[in-house]
Design a protein around this ligand. Structure first.
Ligand code: ADP
Ligand code: MG
Length: 415
């Protein structure tokens, strides 16, 4: 049995695994195969190795962690094809687990090379192929596409759960449905924004992407990250959302306040700018009138997170929703804090997390996707607290947008 997993885990400079979320998520499939008496040969990629000498991308640390999680030995083989693979897999016992070295040490993997795929199956002595690497099925690679030409190919349990959960939410969600879309670029998420314009009851925008929408509405965003090229797309979306709101009950919400600083640094002095809310600035200045600067981002300032009013609005809106899909952080969550676990530009994302986890009473069904969003949730140790945290960044976006995933289309049980 050849199993494709997605063990593309984050490593620190010393080569230690900083989050084992993806390994943990694959355990039910590996255990199910062991219990069925299969000889389990696992292949995966990790990172983007420069060449086969680049040992910073070795899967060896994953074998150790997987072995701890399974409670049994996982033999690591220092190649994914060739004589050493063939020798190691030729006399396996039922229930034995082998992990092969990084597929991407061979450029043929990303080239979807037929010979490479054939040899992969042949050298692992596999009679069946199980696809469980959800994070890679949006790519047609040798281990997602060509491999299925050389062994009967079916889905693993994780892939099945990812596809079922995401397609159910997109095809037949429990309503009201709210989409929280943040992150860096409109261009990356334009397809899902359009999808949610058709589908969702509430859309809220945060992250750097919100800056472009704000600028499109004539709000001064200073030195914030904006996509000048996407201004017209942002305007179009705003206009479309206004039309939709006249046709059905629908809310499209852009942040009314933000956390700004004049540099992206953990030591930066921050302040809240209240360009549209006129609540926070009033409270801060009470009983005086707020200064004009309280509602204006200065030319040298950057918006680095949504503000507390916007976060509160979003958390409030989700109290009325049955399902919430969240993709893209509300601010620069990577900036570490000088003290404590929450960085200076992560408070907006924390307000979303609190709301999703039921701090205000209601706990909506939550589906999270996006590489940076899940990385933050992993860092906070909260992956178990949501209904579904996707292991696939690009794959979850493409699936949500309704695109066909080559690594799923190639399976016998794709339906
Ligand atoms: P995901 O990987 O979850 O889909 P993206 O890759 O689209 O999310 O965006 C996440 C990135 O957006 C993070 O690197 C974060 O630092 C950045 N980001 C979020 N808000 C801002 C902001 N206001 N200014 C600059 N960068 C931001
Ligand atoms: Mg990302």
């Amino acid at each position: 049995m050849l199993l494709r997993a997605d063990y593309n885990v984050p490593l620190d400079e010393s080569g230690a695994i900083t989050s084992d979320f993806r390994i943990k998520q694959s355990v039910p499939t590996v255990k199910a195969l062991i219990e069925k008496g299969c000889k389990v040969v696992i292949c995966s990629h990790l990172g983007r190795p420069k060449d086969s000498e680049d040992k910073t991308c070795s899967l060896k640390p994953v074998a150790k962690r997987l072995s701890e999680l399974l409670g049994q030995e996982v033999q690591f083989v220092d190649n994914c094809v060739g004589d050493i693979v063939s020798a190691a897999t030729s006399d396996m016992q039922a229930g034995q687990v082998i992990l092969l070295e990084n597929l991407r040490y061979y450029k043929e993997e990303e080239q979807n090379n037929e010979d490479f795929a054939r040899v992969l199956v042949q050298d692992s002595h596999a009679e069946y192929f199980v696809q469980d690497g959800f994070g890679v099925v949006h790519r047609a690679h040798a281990s997602t596409d060509a491999v299925t030409h050389y062994a009967p190919a079916v889905s693993g349990l994780l892939l099945q759960r990812e596809v079922d959960t995401i397609t159910t939410v997109m095809d037949n969600p429990e309503r009201p449905l709210m989409a929280i879309i943040g992150g860096a670029k409109i261009a990356d998420k334009i397809d899902i924004i359009h999808k949610f314009l058709d589908l969702a009851d509430v859309i809220v925008i945060g992250g750097a992407m919100a800056n472009t929408f704000l600028l499109a509405q004539g709000i001064e965003v200073g030195d914030s990250l904006v996509d000048k090229d996407d201004l017209s797309i942002a305007k179009e979306i705003i206009e479309k959302s206004k039309v939709i709101a006249t046709e059905r009950k629908f809310t499209f919400y852009l942040p009314q306040d933000g956390v700004v600083a004049n540099k992206l640094d953990k030591t930066a002095v921050t302040r809240i700018v209240d360009w549209d809310a006129h609540v926070i600035a009033d409270i801060q200045a009470y009983p005086k009138m707020p200064a004009a600067s309280a509602s204006k981002v200065a030319p040298d300032e950057k918006i680095l997170d949504i503000g507390p009013f916007s976060g509160a609005f979003m958390a409030g809106a989700m109290q009325l929703c049955a399902t919430v899909v969240w993709n893209g952080t509300m601010g620069v969550t990577e900036t570490q804090s000088l003290q404590g676990p929450v960085g200076p530009f992560a408070h907006g994302s924390e307000l979303i997390i609190d709301g999703l986890l039921g701090s205000h009473g209601h706990k909506p069904f939550s589906v999270l996707g996006g590489g940076d969003t899940t990385a933050y949730i992993e860092e906070r140790g909260l992956t178990e607290n949501f209904n579904h945290v996707s292991t696939g960044g690009g794959a979850s976006l493409e699936l949500m947008a309704g695109k066909t995933l080559p690594g799923v289309a190639s399976l016998l049980d794709k339906a």
